[in-house]
Design a binder for this molecule. Structure first.
Ligand SMILES: *Cc1c(COP(=O)(O)O)cnc(C)c1O
Length: 369
């Protein structure tokens, strides 16, 4: 039996990619806002139906750069969730801001908007929620709260490429939304990322910050880093964007089969189907709570068959060793996130996962020979 990993990147056919990058060998323009970069940015604006998009070498730097561009005072507080990938919390800390952790909702694992207000202080400057697994946060309630308290909202939308809520892409909620185009995501540019934002004035700032803060040949305005997307990444994006609908449709078939086999089983909770949301089936998280096997037992049973699942997101970011001496790191303050984190397992999910493999995975989980 072949090894089955939790995910597998989707790639265009080899010749198609070679065709796309051929011009680069003629132009010898490999990075710094080249023709592929400009075309890909334009295509993304159309696909996401959003006015402002800036591309980055990866999603993490997109998040750091938008936080930097918003120019919050040093030590300002950002209300966020610990039930996420390391990147979300690290971006806040690396920008010398302070994360304040809000608990999540037990149904869709996104930030619990009813618990945000109690965490707001005179230092709070923004809310940074995560559309975790592609589940859409309570965007309307969060926006209302942000208006009332004059806070910015920046979404970590890394998981939600292709997701819409009431027909609107997650690129368009909040002041900004970050996407990751890492190889393991629904849509990839090998590595890559983007930030979408409502204030057009941020466009020049982001362009400068991601290129060492250089505004012009004789003018350097910020102590920026280097976070530019190169032409080979953009070319990959142009190719993969042609197949995004097909990619999501194939994932839907996998998701459908899993649900047929795992629905209505005591102690097994599947990811919710959210109202008004067109999902992207980025992940297949399952919570084992009161099931005959624990999450760790299911993980190990599958591993024994060379099926590699991931305990996403365990541990919580407020349990990381690197934050153990920080005042904000206290998983006791986010008990629901802790409860879910101890019980959740992401099963293999990718476009080309064979339905027979889904059936085999479910047989193992259900212990039916
Ligand atoms: C993947 C991911 C990121 C970081 O994206 P990269 O492109 O890998 O830098 C940030 N947040 C979340 C929730 C992610 O899953």
């Amino acid at each position: 039996m072949n090894d089955i990993f939790v995910t597998r990147p989707s790639v265009p056919c080899f010749e198609e990619y070679c065709d796309e990058i051929k011009e680069l060998w003629d132009s010898m323009w490999l990075t710094n806002n080249g023709a592929k970069h400009r075309l890909f940015e334009k295509q993304l604006k159309e696909y996401l139906n959003t006015p402002n998009v800036t591309l980055f070498t990866n999603g993490h730097l997109a998040l750091e750069n938008i936080l930097e561009a918003m120019n919050f005072p040093k030590g300002a507080e950002i209300i966020t969730t610990p039930f996420t990938f390391a990147s979300t919390t690290h971006a806040i800390v690396r920008c010398r801001l302070t994360p304040v952790f809000c608990d999540i909702k037990p149904d869709d694992y996104t930030i619990d908007e009813s618990k945000i207000e109690a965490l707001i202080t005179d230092k709070t400057c923004a809310i940074l929620p995560v559309h975790v697994y592609g589940n859409v946060c309570s965007v309307e309630a969060i926006q209302e709260l942000a208006y009332r308290h004059s806070l910015k909202v920046i979404y970590d939308a890394a998981h939600s490429f292709g997701v819409t809520y009431k027909g609107v892409s997650t690129a368009n909620f909040g002041d900004a939304a970050m996407f990751s185009f890492h190889a393991t995501k629904v849509f990839n540019t090998i590595e890559g990322g983007a930030v979408c934002y409502s204030d057009e004035a941020l466009s020049q700032t982001l362009k400068d910050i991601k290129n060492f803060g250089i505004h012009g040949p004789e003018h350097t305005l910020y102590s920026g880093g280097n976070a530019k997307m190169n032409e080979l990444q953009a070319a990959m994006g142009i190719c993969n964007l042609r197949y995004i609908d097909e990619e999501i449709a194939k994932r839907e078939a996998v998701d459908y089969r899993y649900r047929e086999l795992l629905s209505d089983i005591g102690g097994i909770k599947l990811n919710p189907v959210q109202r008004d949301v067109k999902p992207n089936c980025a992940y297949f998280p399952v919570v084992f709570d009161g099931y005959k096997f624990t999450r760790d037992e299911v993980h190990d049973m599958l591993k024994a068959e060379n099926i590699f699942t991931r305990k996403y997101f365990y541990p919580l970011t407020n349990e990381f060793e690197c934050y153990k001496d920080s005042s904000f790191a206290d998983a006791g303050k986010t008990p629901i996130a802790k409860h879910i984190s101890d019980r959740i397992l992401c099963l293999p999910m990718y476009a080309d996962l064979a339905l027979e493999d889904v059936e085999r995975i479910c047989r193992i989980i259900l212990n039916r020979g």
